[in-house]
Design a protein around this ligand. Structure first.
Ligand code: HEM
Ligand code: SF4
Length: 552
């Protein structure tokens, strides 16, 4: 794992000290809330419906057990005993008091974490595939380039005040688990004919008010050139991105309005100027960063563990958990274990201080102290011996974290919605809870199979509703909460935006509507092997529409 160097330590410490002074001045009344706002936003501190909210970055979703314990400690000491994992590998605290925030930032700094650039019109936390380094058939570990970008973009003087926020995601695998096509820049690691690693660069994806799928701007950029290329893209955006209208300020609008060819030309021209300058990545630096992400000390094991097979045979509940929550590992005898933060009836992404500590302990015992946060509001133990999976499951069960629903309908993404968010039109969390309760039977969920349901409380799309197989968007209709449903969205390499099914449903009717959609799928699917998206691709939206609006 990456560790801070002296520079990182120094700059995080300095920033915390500076912010402590700013908070003090706000508390003394020397700064008004308006004056304080830009200062707090530079440090990830929002003001929401009921309280301040602090967003903490987890670069490329990798945390170690000490960091996780610290996140738990912060939840217990400074919040209401909970933290909330988001869709951008961040954790949010919903109830810190202002006077405590500098303390929290000091505590975070002590474990090499911070909240810088988790807000504002700068390059945000760089996200990556949460199975990085553990999954088989990666072209490269995406965290290496993500770390290079983190170092380049942290406090980048030229890109601190972009037209709008800027989000970068990286995958090293052909199967995209990082939604790279829905980011301002998406990077896909691949090998060229000479066997060298480089990146396909996509630009102009995003969700929100105007959802767009990113377009390839360059097919291959090697490590040496990646920073100069990114710098060229950011420069073109900084120069031409619209600043007259906040809603048209993202790079996706620039790409859409000017066309990818014009943007490519401008980027190439800029790149030609700076390519051989001081942004070239020296091999020694790349080697140094690569070393941080070297494999842990895996043992040489048999491909399958007999003990594991026997446990699965003997214990149906464990077998069910394995079916949905365990994935194959690149190393024989190991596995990747997903931890669901979607227990039925809980707020998606919420985790208590005690649960964070339990995860940290399990990571120490069974996963080389390593944990990942996913963009789907879950956690992962990336390197577990198959023979230890049963013990991990028992540990998770004791902590209330063994829900067997990864990828199933109750494994939903939901933004905070009206319960916390000042921008919301409708509640998200209670809708998620009610849907999960309706589909409580895990047997039924396993029978339905993979189904990604995503809910946002407003058009900003924090809950990724556009790319849900079933998407739900909260809208306000004359002061009442309504929910628009879309079908067929896909956040993977087959990127697709959902299609609106028809008029919105009331808060009372939305769960029945989801039930009807699922029942329709079960009716039309050709076999259990035809998942929701495949069936939808084959039959289209009409059968769903007919069933949903039959009574009207
Ligand atoms: C309660 C605090 C939050 C506030 C005030 C907030 C605000 C916003 C706003 C204003 C946008 C639209 C930005 C734009 O289009 O330029 C947005 C987008 C987004 N937010 Fe949030 N958000 C909050 C919480 C969250 C949470 C909890 C998540 C994850 C669960 C999240 C993830 C995202 C994502 C993924 C987008 C879409 C970005 C894009 O591609 O355009 N946000 N948020
Ligand atoms: S989608 Fe809207 S309601 Fe939900 S968190 Fe984002 S801004 Fe708030």
């Amino acid at each position: 794992m990456y560790r801070y160097d002296e520079f990182d330590h120094g700059f995080v410490k300095q920033r915390t000290k500076q912010f402590r002074g700013q908070v003090q001045r706000r508390l003394n009344g020397e700064l008004t809330e308006d004056e304080f706002k830009p200062l707090r936003l530079m440090n990830g501190l929002y003001l929401q419906l009921h309280a301040y909210m602090l967003r903490v970055a987890i670069p490329y979703g990798t945390v170690n057990s000490n960091q996780m314990r610290k996140l738990g400690h912060i939840a217990r000491k400074y919040d209401k005993g909970f933290g909330h994992f988001t869709t951008r590998q961040n954790i949010q605290y919903n109830w810190p008091t202002l006077k405590d925030v500098p303390e929290i930032l000091d505590e975070l700094a002590s474990v090499e974490m911070h909240a810088i650039q988790t807000s504002g019109n700068c390059i945000r936390n760089v996200t990556a595939d949460h199975y990085a380094g553990a999954i088989a058939d990666e072209a490269a570990d995406p965290r290496v380039v993500a770390e290079v970008i983190r170092q380049w973009s942290s406090l980048h003087p030229e890109f601190t005040f972009l037209p709008r926020k800027f989000k970068i995601a990286v995958t090293g695998h052909a199967h995209d688990r990082a939604a790279v096509k829905f980011h301002d820049i998406g990077l896909i690691a691949k090998k060229n004919d000479a066997g060298e690693v480089g990146f396909e660069v996509l630009v102009g994806g995003g969700l929100g008010r105007t959802p767009m799928i990113g377009k390839t701007i360059r097919d291959f950029v090697g490590y040496t050139d990646i920073l100069s290329y990114l710098e060229a893209v950011l420069r073109v955006y900084n120069l031409y991105g619209r600043r007259d209208n906040k809603y048209k300020a993202r790079i996706k609008i620039l790409v859409h309005e000017r066309g990818i060819e014009e943007i490519r030309e401008k980027v190439e021209a800029e790149w030609a100027e700076i390519r051989t300058g001081n942004l070239e990545l020296p091999q020694e630096e790349l080697d140094r960063i690569n070393a941080y992400f070297a494999d842990p000390d895996f043992e040489d094991l048999d491909i399958t563990s007999r003990e594991f097979e026997v446990r699965k045979f003997e214990n149906r509940e464990f077998a069910q958990w394995v079916r949905s929550n365990v994935k194959p590992h690149k190393k024989a005898g190991y596995a990747i274990a997903d931890i669901s933060l979607k227990d039925i009836g809980e707020a998606p992404g919420d985790i208590s201080a005690e649960q964070m500590e339990a995860v940290a302990d399990l990571a120490d015992k069974f996963s080389f102290g390593e944990i990942r946060a996913t963009h789907e509001q879950n956690l992962v133990l990336p390197h577990v011996k198959q023979a230890d999976l049963f013990a991990v499951w028992e540990g998770l069960k004791a902590a209330g974290l063994a829900t067997s629903n990864i990828g199933l309908i109750s494994d939903m993404i939901a933004c905070p919605g009206l319960d916390y968010c000042a921008l919301a039109n409708a509640r998200s969390i209670p809708v998620a809870q009610r849907i999960a309760q309706r589909f409580e039977s895990l047997d039924r969920q396993h029978d339905i199979g993979e189904l990604k349901l995503k809910i946002s409380g407003c058009i900003n799309a924090c809950g990724h509703h556009h790319v849900g197989h079933i998407g739900i968007l909260g809208v306000d209709r004359k002061g009442e909460e309504y929910y628009q449903i879309t079908l067929g969205g896909d956040a993977t390499e087959n990127a697709a935006l959902g299609e609106r099914v028809g008029p919105a449903f009331s808060y009372d009717d939305v769960v029945d509507a989801i039930d009807t959609i699922v029942a329709t799928y079960l009716e039309v699917r050709e076999s259990k092997d035809e998942d929701f998206l495949q069936a939808y691709g084959r039959v289209g939206i009409t059968p769903f529409k007919e069933k949903l609006y039959a009574a009207h």
